[in-house]
Ligand binder design. Structure first.
Ligand SMILES: Nc1ncnc2c1ncn2[C@@H]1O[C@H](COP(=O)(O)OP(=O)(O)OP(=O)(O)O)[C@@H](O)[C@H]1O
Ligand SMILES: [Mg+2]
Length: 258
C-alpha cells in the first residue's frame, strides 16, 4: 500500500517549470530515493510535500489524506518530517532543546496551561523530554544533550537534526542529502541508521542523495528526475543500467567540464 502518492505535480516560478507532471509513490514501510542531477527539482519536490511550496497543479495523498497546499505544521501533524539540505539548527541552543523544538506539534497543553505550568503540563513536559532523550540515544549521541549545538562536530549536528525529525513521531521521514559533508565512516553509520529507523521504528523513508553508493545500498525503489520530469524508476540495478539516467548524469558532467 502506498503511504505517499504524488500525482501529476506541477510547479513553476515566474513561468519557469521546476516540476513537470511528476507522479510517483512511496510504499508504506519502504526505503525509497529521489535522485537526479543538480537543479533537477528534488528539493522543490520535498518543499511541495511539506507545504513550503504550493504546487500549481497536481495532487499529493499522504496516509489517505489530501495534503497538497496544506500548511507545513498541519502536514507535520499528519506524520511527515524532514531534514534539510543545509543544517537548520538553533545553533546557540542545547542539543536537547533543539530536539524538543521538533515536538511542539505533538504537545497538547495550551498557552494558558503553559503559563500556569499545571501538573498536566509539567507531566507532559517531562514525557516530552524523556522521549527526546530516547531519540538522541537512537541516533547515537545521548551524551551531548546539554551541549550547545554549534559546539558539536558537523556529523553530530546532522544527528541532532535526525533526532529532531524523529521526535515528531513521523510515519514518513524525508532526508535531503543526509550524507553531504560526512566522511566515509559517518556514511557507513548513516546507512545503518537509515535501516534501523525503518526496521526498528517502522518509519518509511524517502531520501534525496547524490552519493550513488549509498543510494544503491539502501533503496528499494528509486525515482530519477531531470529538469523536473521523471526519467526512470525502479530498483538499483534497473536505474543504474537505464540509458536515460546515464545520459542525464553524464550530460551534466560534460556541461560542468565545458
Ligand atoms: N523559490 C524558488 N524560486 C525560484 N526558483 C526556484 C526556487 N526554488 C527552486 N528553484 C529553481 O528550481 C530548480 C530546481 O531546484 P532544486 O533546489 O529543487 O533542485 P535540486 O534537485 O534539489 O538540486 P541540488 O541537487 O543542487 O540540491 C532550480 O533551477 C532552482 O533554481
Ligand atoms: Mg536540493
Amino acid at each position: 500500500m502506498a503511504l505517499l502518492e504524488v500525482k501529476n505535480l506541477m510547479l513553476s516560478f515566474a513561468g519557469l517549470d521546476v516540476i513537470k507532471d511528476l507522479s510517483f509513490s512511496v510504499e508504506n514501510g519502504s526505503i525509497a530515493s529521489l535522485i537526479g542531477p543538480n537543479g533537477a527539482g528534488k528539493t522543490s519536490v520535498f518543499n511541495c510535500l511539506t507545504g513550503f511550496y504550493k504546487p500549481n497543479d497536481g495532487d499529493i495523498i499522504f496516509d489517505g489524506n489530501r495534503i497538497v497546499r496544506k500548511k507545513p505544521h498541519k502536514i507535520t501533524k499528519h506524520g511527515m518530517a524532514r531534514t534539510f539540505q543545509n543544517l537548520r539548527l538553533f545553533k546557540s541552543m542545547t542539543v536537547l532543546d533543539n530536539v524538543m523544538s521538533g515536538m511542539h506539534c505533538r504537545t497538547k497543553a495550551g498557552p494558558i496551561a503553559a503559563v500556569l505550568r499545571h501538573g498536566a503540563q509539567q507531566r507532559e513536559e517531562a514525557e516530552t523530554k524523556k522521549f527526546c532523550q530516547e531519540c538522541l540515544e537512537f541516533v547515537g549521541i545521548p551524551e551531548f544533550e546539554d551541549h550547545i549545538s554549534s559546539n558539536l562536530s558537523y556529523g553530530n549536528q546532522r544527528r541532532v537534526e535526525w533526532a529532531r525529525a524523529l521526535a515528531t513521531k513521523p510515519k514518513l521521514l524525508l532526508l535531503d542529502e543526509p550524507a553531504a559533508g560526512l566522511n566515509h565512516d559517518e556514511k557507513q553509520q548513516l546507512i545503518a541508521l537509515i535501516k534501523r529507523i525503518r526496521d526498528e521504528l517502522g518509519i518509511t523513508i524517502l531520501l534525496i542523495e547524490h552519493d550513488m553508493g549509498l543510494v544503491m545500498k539502501v533503496s528499494e525503489k528509486i525515482t530519477v528526475i531531470d529538469y523536473g520530469q521523471k526519467i526512470a524508476q525502479g530498483n538499483a540495478e534497473e536505474v543504474q543500467n537505464n540509458p536515460k539516467v546515464i545520459e542525464a548524469y553524464l550530460g551534466k558532467e560534460e556541461e560542468e567540464i565545458a
